[in-house]
Design a protein around this ligand. Structure first.
Ligand code: ADP
Ligand code: MG
Length: 684
């Protein structure tokens, strides 16, 4: 127990020491290699402490056990002593009784007879005693056994005590080992702390030295800047002086500028004057060139003939049927593109026209010249003539893939107008009309059934006009196509058999081009009349009756009137019978004077149509030989043509274009348009 107490005290001392070590601060440089080692050591330390605590627990347990065993031993010794005392007492008592018994026996022997009795009694009593003695001896034996057992227990306990002593010694050795380890760790820690402290001091010294060096450099820089500042001050002074000088100059600048501007203005004015005079000269030259160009163009057209007649042969189609009737009777001349050969009733007949077109050929060139004329202020007529089914409508309207003359002429017109847009301002309007049975109808009007009249202008100017004929202003081919569609719808709703109706009537598309030359103010008006004529087949042949006959007669009349007018113009007769038909009367100003006409004679190539083909080609040849005289150019300025040989020349200048044009079909038809003044001259 004394040893235990000593160990406990030692342990307490160790703990106190450990506590002290723990409370000591960590190294000054966290993160250095020593701190890691010290952490390891600390871990080890705590492990050791843990082990020590365990050992302590075990030690106290053993102490308790030893205490308990010691107590029990003391108790057993006490009991053993009691047993021994009891045994001694019993022995004493028994030996006393034995002695008494021996004495009694001796006395009895001395008394003979009675002795015999006594002996007998003693003998009886002695057996009893002997039994008690053996009992006592058995008890004695038992007690001795117990003592031996207790001794054995004692021995065992002594052995246990010895082993616990050994354990204590071992534990003490362990504690000593731990202590030495603890001491070593402590020593190591102290060493590390020492080295860390040294490192820290070294680092501080180095940083201090570096800072001193840097400080020195900064001081040097500062000195340099100071000297620079000193040298800059004079420069600043000179700059300020310069600035002040400039300020003074700027103050005087507006005056200088004004002066300079005045002189420049004068120079520019002079230059402008020079340019102006140059421009005037150029303008004069330009006008002269313009006149010349027009003269040349006109001359070219005149040389070509004011009336050009071309023939176009349509291809043989399915509708022509089969057999000998549908065989081809028309051939072209290999060497001359103005000759066409026809085999009529077995006899070959040839015709010479201005040009003969195969079905695939385009009439673009023919149309181009006429469009140019129209823009220049001349009136132009393009007629498609021929029997029904010969391809008049195809030539005029064409298809989407192969547009006809109408589309091509309008495309050319717009593209030329576009080209000249920088110098000229053009207004283009369109009207569409039809003449059926000598009745003129508006195809774009609200009431297509209404008969229109061609009237003399009441202002005494001698102009003709058609009151109520709708006129749309258009900006592009698309606009015109919309107008066409509108007219077409009008016609389809009006007539159940449009195809038949259209072959019995003349369809007219009238495009009016009004231009103003921006630089000269020169005004021109040209009209482009695109006419899809009624079928030229003769009445006798078609064997018509009633209304059919009347229709045919009207057609015949108007077509022969057209022929007569052209013939009269050709032979320069005093009287040109324009009034003989609505068609010629309406187109009077576009046929007379220096107007240009293109007659496209359509022919069918098949055998069954040869007599109509022959008739058409004869008509074409007759028309072709006619020449329109050089007429009045429809311009208000710079008129240069002479008309003296044509008695139906106008007595006055062309009036200003009508302002009552409409811009689009949808809006234009909502109100009844006013009349358009047709620049027609009354026939003599
Ligand atoms: P018209 O107007 O003279 O009565 P169309 O123009 O209606 O005759 O033509 C009659 C038929 O011949 C139409 O089916 C048309 O497509 C066809 N046709 C006419 N000319 C040509 C051509 N050059 N190429 C192809 N087909 C044509
Ligand atoms: Mg037709």
């Amino acid at each position: 127990m004394v040893e235990n107490e000593r160990l406990r005290q030692e342990m307490r001392r160790c703990e106190a020491e450990l506590q002290e070590l723990r409370t000591k601060p960590a190294g000054p440089c966290p993160g250095c290699e020593h701190s890691q080692e010290s952490a390891q050591l600390r871990d080890k330390l705590s492990q050791l402490q843990l082990e020590m605590a365990e050992s302590k627990g075990m030690l106290s347990e053993l102490n308790l056990e030893v205490q308990q065993k010691t107590d029990r031993l003391a108790e057993v010794e006490l009991r053993l002593k009691d047993c021994l005392a009891e045994k001694a007492q019993e022995e004493e008592r028994l030996s006393r009784r034995l002695r008494d018994s021996h004495e009694t026996i001796a006395s009895l022997r001395a008394q003979s007879p009675p002795v015999k009795y006594v002996i007998k009694t003693v003998e009886v009593e002695s057996s009893k005693t002997k039994q008690a003695l053996s009992e006592s001896q058995a008890r004695n034996q038992h007690l001795q056994e117990q003592v031996a057992m207790q001794r054995q227990v004692l021995k065992e306990m002594e052995q246990q005590l010895q082993s616990s002593h050994q354990l204590t010694a071992r534990l003490r050795a362990q504690i000593a080992m731990y202590e030495s380890e603890l001491e070593r760790a402590h020593g190591q820690m102290l060493e590390e702390m020492q080295s860390l402290e040294e490192d820290k001091n070294r680092a501080i010294e180095e940083a201090f030295a570096r800072a001193q060096v840097e400080m020195k450099a900064v001081h040097e820089n500062l000195a340099g800047v100071r000297t620079n500042l000193l040298t800059l001050q004079p420069a600043l002074r000179t700059l300020t002086n310069d600035y002040n000088g400039l300020k003074r100059q700027v103050r005087g600048f507006p005056l200088l500028l004004q002066e300079a501007l005045r002189s420049v203005k004068a120079e520019i004015g002079q230059a402008i004057e020079e340019v102006n005079s140059n421009n005037q000269e150029l303008l004069r030259k330009y006008r002269r060139e313009l006149q010349l160009r027009k003269k040349c163009h006109n001359e070219l057209v005149r040389l070509k003939g004011n009336i050009r007649v071309i023939a176009r042969v349509r291809p043989v189609t399915k509708e022509d049927g089969e057999g000998p009737e549908a065989t081809n009777a028309v051939t072209f001349d290999a060497d001359d593109d103005s000759i066409i050969h026809l085999l009529h009733k077995g006899k070959p007949v040839s015709f010479e026209l201005d040009k003969v077109f195969s079905p695939q050929a385009s009439q673009q060139d023919e149309v181009q010249a006429l469009v140019t004329s129209c823009i220049d202020g001349f009136n132009v007529c393009i007629f498609a003539y021929g029997q029904t089914g010969a391809g008049k409508t195809y030539t005029m309207e064409g298809t989407a893939e192969n547009p006809g003359i109408n589309q091509r002429a309008l495309q050319l017109l717009f593209s030329e107008v576009q080209e000249k847009a920088s110098d000229w301002e053009y207004t283009i309007t369109v009207s569409a009309a039809e003449i059926y049975n000598e009745v003129l109808r508006d195809l774009l009007g609200k009431e297509p059934q209404e008969k229109l009249e061609i009237r003399l202008c009441p202002d005494g100017s001698g102009q003709l006009y058609v009151p109520g004929l709708t006129e749309f202003q258009v900006q592009s081919v698309d606009d015109i196509n919309k107008v066409f569609e509108f007219g077409h719808t009008n016609r389809t709703t009006e007539f159940t058999n449009l195809n038949e109706h259209s072959s019995r009537s003349h369809a007219l598309l009238i495009v009016t081009v009004r231009g103003v030359d921006c630089s000269t103010g020169l005004r021109t008006t040209g009209k482009l009349n695109l006419v899809d004529l009624a079928g030229s087949e003769r009445v006798g042949k078609s064997g018509a009756e009633g209304s059919r006959l009347r229709e045919a007669q009207h057609i015949n009349k108007s077509l022969s009137a057209l022929g007569d007018v052209i013939a009269a113009l050709r032979s320069r007769q005093g009287h040109v019978p324009f009034r003989n038909s609505k068609l010629t009367y309406l187109l009077q100003d576009s046929l007379s004077g220096d107007s240009k006409t293109l007659m496209v004679v359509q022919v069918s190539p098949v055998e069954k149509n040869t007599s109509e083909t022959l008739y058409s080609l004869k008509f074409a040849e007759r028309v072709r030989s006619v020449e329109l005289g050089p007429g009045l150019r429809r311009a208000e300025l710079g008129s240069w043509s002479s008309q003296e040989h044509l008695e139906w020349e106008p007595a006055c200048q062309t009036p200003q274009p009508s302002a009552r044009a409409h811009s689009a079909p949808s809006s234009g038809t909502s109100s009844r348009p006013g009349s358009i003044r047709r620049k027609l001259q009354p026939s003599a």
